[in-house]
Write a protein of this length. Sequence first.
Length: 227
Amino acid sequence: MRVLVVEDDPGIADLMVRGLERAGYDTAAAASGQQALLASPDPDVVLLDLGLPDMDGVEVCRALRERSDMAIIVVTARGEEGDRVAALDEGADDYLVKPFGLAELLARIRAVLRRVRPADREVLHHGDLTVDLRTRTVTVGGREVALTPKEFDILEALAVDPGRVVTRQEILERAWDTHWYGPTKVLDVHVAGLRRKLDRPGLVETVYGRGFRLGTPDPQAAPPDAP
Ligand code: CA
């Protein structure tokens, strides 16, 4: 999934690019409207700042939309409401108002992609993890991981919205029964099995007292069986 960040403020552009790459997106940056229009191949998602030095961002939006059905998320400062509306009229899929957090940016991208390409919903991506909901197969770094049905259900509950804390109760209701009133220790046993098979320390994170979420594995972390 290729993302193009169109932003003339190098500090903001750098933060966005680094955050998106950590989240597993292949990311490029353009500092002007002209650069954005020259980007090749076409990105899947464009994050478009409207206040650009060389061109009106709304014009850039129109030109990109004429070219392909890429997802376009407009990024604006608070004072640019008129421009934001104009950009939506020119085919932008969503907008974000500065300042925004990385988690919100990633959630907006996922939401827009779900609308633009419903078929992609069947395969969830998080870093080098893929979860195929149709075939119920999971890969990590290209390696297929054989999970039990319960382990798959737990991973699915986390992977539909990576980064969000999913409570123990939510997972139990999803993977076991509508209402699970029994001991929740069984969940820990399956989570331990899931972690062992994924073999990515930090990927399935425990949020103490709340539940679990998908985290960003530390690339520096040695495999558990390394000396
Ligand atoms: Ca700007």
